[in-house]
Design a protein around this ligand. Sequence first.
Ligand SMILES: CC(C)(COP(=O)(O)OP(=O)(O)OC[C@H]1O[C@@H](n2cnc3c(N)ncnc32)[C@H](O)[C@@H]1OP(=O)(O)O)[C@@H](O)C(=O)NCCC(=O)NCCS
Length: 187
Amino acid sequence: MKSPKIMWHPETFTGKGFAVFEIRTLTPEEAPVLNNFLELIAQETPFTNEFAGQPEDVEKIREGLRKLPENLAIFWIGAFLGGELVGFLGAHGIASGRHPYFDHIYTFDLMILKKAWGKNLGSRLMEILDAQAAGRGIKRIEALVKEGNERALALYKKHGYQVEGTRRKSVRLNDKYIDEYYVAKLF
Ligand SMILES: CC(C)(COP(=O)(O)OP(=O)(O)OC[C@H]1O[C@@H](n2cnc3c(N)ncnc32)[C@H](O)[C@@H]1OP(=O)(O)O)[C@@H](O)C(=O)NCCC(=O)NCCS
């Protein structure tokens, strides 16, 4: 991987409806805030891998945030609206620098609270992901999207992702089995 731009300096992004977001790297002190955000996301939507009532992991999150400056394979940023964390993008190299065959691949999690949907925040975070990936010499970004998540699929397609295949019956949701789509973008 190329030399990275490790931290994302605070930027102000004005989305649709003049919503003003602050987008920046999270600090270790914000671990409880991120933990609480993940719990809220789990309550709002089944489309991430967070689940309601999941065990609290504040210490693990704090450790992750503390290591961000030295961990070249991980990129986490938050988006704040009126001081509240409403969006999170977490990307990481799938090989984490440990396997030469896959060192060019990133995967990511993108999640935004409902109150901030439809304001172009998802689009802005995807642009930041591209910029970050380019700075690290990434050639492929990939993710899994759950069946029925039309909003995410539309966003990713708009940003150049293609559906490459289906991971069948990969998720058990409310006693039903659903598929996931493999999506990826090449650089
Ligand atoms: C998916 C998610 C990140 C999108 O964030 P967002 O801030 O609403 O995204 P944006 O406003 O930038 O763009 C959403 C796009 O989807 C479109 N869209 C919305 N609902 C849609 C639907 N039902 N079908 C098709 N397109 C849809 C919007 O029109 C918009 O496109 P446009 O900019 O061309 O108008 C957000 O909804 C989210 O966090 N959902 C819950 C968690 C999740 O699903 N994460 C992704 C896991 S793979």
